[in-house]
Design a protein around this ligand. Structure first.
Ligand code: SF4
Ligand code: SF4
Ligand code: SF4
Ligand code: FES
Length: 950
């Protein structure tokens, strides 16, 4: 194994289809028009010396190292800023150029500290490389010239350092922060020798606007900006390409290693989801894999009030299997079930649902998508015929109007958020529908044309009133609708939305959005060119979540914004493999590939290969499992990689359900909150310790590669296999590739997927089969998967959860950039320095009414329960609406959320809870009780140790 070196072409690829032929150093070369001479030379294998150029950034032309001679032209132009022309004759290496380049390098070196041997970038420094490339052998100005200012090293960021004395002022960092990340946190301050990089207003990085994405560190050609892990460990010696295990963007990284130690995670330019960019989580927050809280020995106990007892794998597996068998004998086949993980690989998820269906013999399997994107599955399957987003991420580069509904991409899907912002800076228009003034509404060089600041719970009213404008103002794309959609359904829908009661003027009473703003947004969406909708959990986690997804699909079909690049309907999936876990048959009514369990033909396919009958009745969903547990008919659960206690709504109901069971098996990295109610703990493995695949929000199946041995001894699929065997159902896979082969054999949309293909292509987007051997970047091009697109009537039904005198405010929840989901991983990294606790954002008016000041402790009370947290006074919320995150178990934000859910899928209504907020001086009764129980539950026999909760 060696370090994977990526070619740097110096300037970005030109998208032009016109080709230009020129001669470089006597060799004829053809490249797309708009290509720089530097890139054209590189494409034919000639590397022109460079310092300020890199192909992640537009050319800048400041260092003057890349000079060339062009026949018939005076002077020596910079090859990075000069575009190729037909017939051009270029020389990259002449005596004059050699002399000039050496002169430039002499100036750089004369003011650079020469501590190369002890520098952390020794061996990985472009300044060193270029000094070598130009043949620098002496520096006429000496080595003791005036150096760059050295105010000391800025170590404030937990992951990287800034050492100004090593800066060559190439501005690559500044440009990376602007062009790639879109944060605009850096500038060059001062002049001449005094010029230096400055974060915000000459602040330490940690106090500046920097969001720690790492783009500047990656761009820096010297050790000026450098990862602390490289400084500590040394430069890496080999690397492995793998996929981030945090969010649904699915960034590709090179895990750069020294032995079995990760030195750094570098975003991979060939990664088709991230194109070489990253966020603070994937780039830096991988330390949880070796955190002291990690459990690597299996544990069992009879009662959840007993201390844990460490044991062998054999004992733990047979203890769990015997319990499950005993429960089924006593209470019936349906008394047990399983939960698959959207953090685990496709292969692992597939095995868990196979275990439930073939070894347990029922369909009681569900997944965390129940609580996030199950309405996407229902809504898009009904309207388009398939449960997934329609585009690839590259598609946004061709979008003219971006509409973001109930999503906060710069926090939840940051790398895609950066790509979106880039397109907006290029001139695309933006509509944001969100109760909160999210960053996208107004950030450097980005401003939404329309912010539809609706009241939580009124998405359907808003979207139906936008459709009213489209239909009544003659903005329907009739030829698209007649050609591609069911015309009768359309007519019925069109007359429904055209009714006066659905006009923006009449819907304003519910949405709170001025009618003229809605009309403006609808006109822009319908007539502004290619329009694409991106949405998130602010759409799905409502009592009308599925209806909202269908209202989005209606709008896209009516305006013809489906079936080509730049348009579409795109759910931004939360967890790394939530798309995959749904694809793999994690729902109780669907086998892999979204095929209903009642379909005899499909069942037969699986039964033949699995050698077991499959129940034709759908099984229980997570909330139904809890109800059945409380009723006494559901007694055992196998939970892989999912903290249902913290992530699911109505925590007290969840506690009642889990406490009623006789055998809860938790397979995870840490003693998560759900493990407080578990009888068996099976230690799981991290993404760094396993092989397999994840599927991101664009349906892209990507390889996950093992870079180190599993600290717990097994990959998660092996643990499921051991449990299945102990239950008497044989599984004998020797590698996850064999599991993928089985998935491909049984699932038409995966028919051509294999590990071999992924090694060759890097990734593929399903469907990938004989009809689309290389995968499908854009769906529904000529026809919808279901044939004709289906318009569905979307009657607005206000949620039963209403504010009133007792609970006058509406609570909505979301996430923050530095933390991930329930925080089990990110809380065990330095990411916590950005977000140590959940806070309640409250409008100044609502705060003042209640006598609440910034940072005061407040009690947040709903009819379900109460919790306490600190207040943050913020105008991002409209008056009457409060907001919090749910990353910290101490807050237990879901104690407050209710049992209400989407009518079609049971997806919880997290986004609307009627609450009261009042000053408080301490934790709620529930928080105190829970903390005490947690302390007891985490004891380990024969050791004084209590495993940390945070
Ligand atoms: S880490 Fe990212 S956000 Fe921070 S300064 Fe560098 S490029 Fe900008
Ligand atoms: S910090 Fe690095 S990238 Fe930024 S100007 Fe200095 S040398 Fe260039
Ligand atoms: S968390 Fe998401 S955006 Fe960040 S690096 Fe990982 S996949 Fe990319
Ligand atoms: S690389 Fe062209 S001017 Fe710096």
């Amino acid at each position: 194994m060696s370090l994977i070196q990526e070619t740097d072409y110096g300037t970005p690829r030109s998208k032009s289809e016109e080709m230009v032929t020129l001669t470089i150093d006597g060799v004829e070369v053809s490249v797309p028009a708009g290509t720089s001479i530097m890139r054209a030379a590189m494409e034919m294998g000639t590397e022109i010396p460079k310092l300020c150029a890199t192909d992640m950034l537009d050319s800048f032309g400041s260092c003057r190292l890349c000079l060339v001679e062009i026949e018939g032209k005076a002077g020596t132009p910079a090859s990075c800023t000069t575009e190729v022309m037909p017939g051009m004759v270029v020389h990259t290496q002449t005596d004059r150029l050699k002399r000039l380049r050496k002169g430039v390098m002499e100036l750089y070196i004369s003011e650079h500290p020469l501590d190369c041997l002890t520098c952390s970038a020794n061996g990985d420094c472009e300044l060193q490389d270029q000094a070598g490339a130009v043949g620098l052998r002496e520096v006429r100005y000496g080595y003791d010239g005036k150096k760059h200012p050295n105010p000391g090293v800025d170590e404030s960021n937990p992951y990287f350092t800034y050492e100004p004395s090593k800066c060559i002022v190439c501005s690559r960092c500044v440009r990376a922060c602007e062009e790639v990340q879109g944060t605009f946190a850096l500038t060059i301050a001062g002049r001449g020798f005094d010029s230096r990089v400055s974060a915000s207003m000459e602040e330490p990085f940690m106090d500046s606007e920097c969001v720690s994405c790492g783009a500047c560190v990656q761009a820096c050609p010297t050790a000026t900006l450098n990862e602390k892990s490289v400084i500590e460990i040394g430069t890496p010696e080999h690397s492995v390409v793998t996929t981030c295990a945090y969010c649904g963007v699915g960034c590709t990284f090179k895990a750069e290693m020294r032995g079995e130690e990760v030195v750094r995670m570098l975003p991979y330019k060939d990664g088709k989801a991230n194109r070489g960019h990253s966020c603070v989580k994937g780039r830096f927050a991988w330390g949880y894999a070796s955190h002291k809280d990690r459990i690597t020995t299996p544990m069992i106990r009879e009662k959840v009030t007993d201390p844990w007892r460490e044991c062998s794998w054999e004992e733990a597996i047979s203890f769990a299997a015997n319990k499950f068998k005993g429960i089924q004998e006593k209470y019936g086949k349906g008394a047990v079930g399983g939960i698959t993980s959207s953090r685990c690989t496709n292969e692992e998820t597939y095995l868990v649902q196979k275990l439930v269906r073939a070894a347990f013999g029922n369909n009681n399997v569900d997944t965390c998508a129940r609580v996030c994107h199950s309405p996407t599955g229902y809504g898009l399957k009904t309207t388009f015929g398939t449960s997934a987003g329609t585009q690839d991420f590259d598609s946004v580069e061709y979008t003219d109007v971006v509409m973001v509904i109930g999503a906060n991409p710069t926090d939840g899907h940051p790398v895609f958020g950066s790509r979106m912002k880039k397109r907006l800076r290029e001139g695309a228009k933006l509509i944001v529908a969100d109760p909160r003034k999210i960053d996208l509404v107004e950030s450097p060089h980005v401003k939404a044309q329309h912010h539809l600041q609706l009241k939580p719970g009124t998405n359907v009213a808003l979207l139906t009133s936008m459709a009213h404008v489209v239909v009544t103002e003659g903005l329907v794309n009739e030829s698209f609708v007649r050609d591609r959609c069911d015309w009768e359904d359309f007519q019925e829908w069109a007359s429904f939305v055209a009714e006066d009661r659905n006009s923006p003027e009449n819907m304003e009473q519910y949405t709170g959005v001025p009618a003229e703003t809605v009309r403006g947004a609808a006109r822009l969406y319908a007539t502004g060119g290619n329009a694409a909708i991106y949405y998130g959990l602010g759409v799905t986690e409502h009592s009308q979540g599925s209806t909202t997804v269908m209202a989005i699909a209606n709008l896209a079909m009516a305006t013809g914004n489906i079936g080509r690049e730049g348009v579409g309907v795109n759910p931004l999936r939360g967890q790394n493999n939530v798309q995959g876990s749904c694809d793999m048959g994690s729902f109780p009514h669907e086998l892999p590939g979204y095929r209903h369990v009642s379909n005899d033909h499909v069942r037969e396919l699986f039964e033949n290969l699995w050698g077991k009958p499959i129940d034709r009745e759908p099984g229980l969903r997570i909330p139904n499992m809890m109800d059945a547990a409380i009723e006494g008919t559901f007694k055992g659960m196998y939970i892989q990689g999912e903290d249902i206690l913290q992530s699911d709504p109505d925590t007290k109901h969840m506690v009642a359900g889990l406490s009623s069971m006789e055998c809860v098996v938790v397979q995870d990295l840490f003693l998560i909150e759900t493990a407080n109610y578990a009888h068996v703990f099976l230690p799981g493995s991290t993404f760094l310790e396993k092989n397999g695949t994840f599927t991101n929000a664009e349906r892209r199946i990507q390889p996950v590669r093992k870079v180190m041995a599993a600290k717990n001894g097994y990959e998660d699929w092996e643990i499921t296999q051991m449990l299945a065997n102990a239950l008497g159902y044989p599984m004998n896979y020797s590698h996850p590739s064999e599991i993928m082969d089985e998935i491909a054999a049984l699932t038409p949309t995966f028919a051509n997927v294999s590990f071999e293909k992924l090694d060759k292509e890097g990734s593929v987007q399903w469907p990938c089969n004989d009809q689309a051997p290389e995968g499908t970047p854009v769906m529904h091009i000529d026809e919808f998967v279901r044939g004709k697109g289906k318009f569905v009537i979307t009657e607005y039904v206000p949620t039963d959860e209403k504010s009133g005198p007792r609970f006058p405010l509406l609570l909505t929840t979301g996430r923050i950039l530095s933390q991930y989901n329930v925080g089990a991983q990110t809380r065990r990294t330095a990411n916590s320095e950005w977000h140590q606790e959940d806070v309640l954002e409250i409008h100044p008016h609502d705060a003042e009414l209640r006598g609440i000041r910034d940072e005061d402790w407040v009690k947040l009370q709903s009819r379900s329960g109460a919790t306490t947290l600190r207040a943050k006074i913020s105008e991002r919320m409209a008056p009457g609406v409060v907001y919090t995150t749910f990353h910290h178990p101490k807050t237990q934000a879901n104690v407050v959320t209710t049992e209400y859910s989407d009518w079609a899928t049971n997806c919880p209504e997290y986004k609307v809870t009627a609450v009261q907020v009042m000053p408080s001086n301490g934790p709620s009764e529930w928080q105190e009780e829970y903390e005490e129980f947690t302390r007891k539950s985490r004891r380990i026999a024969d050791t004084p140790e209590v495993i940390a909760a945070e």
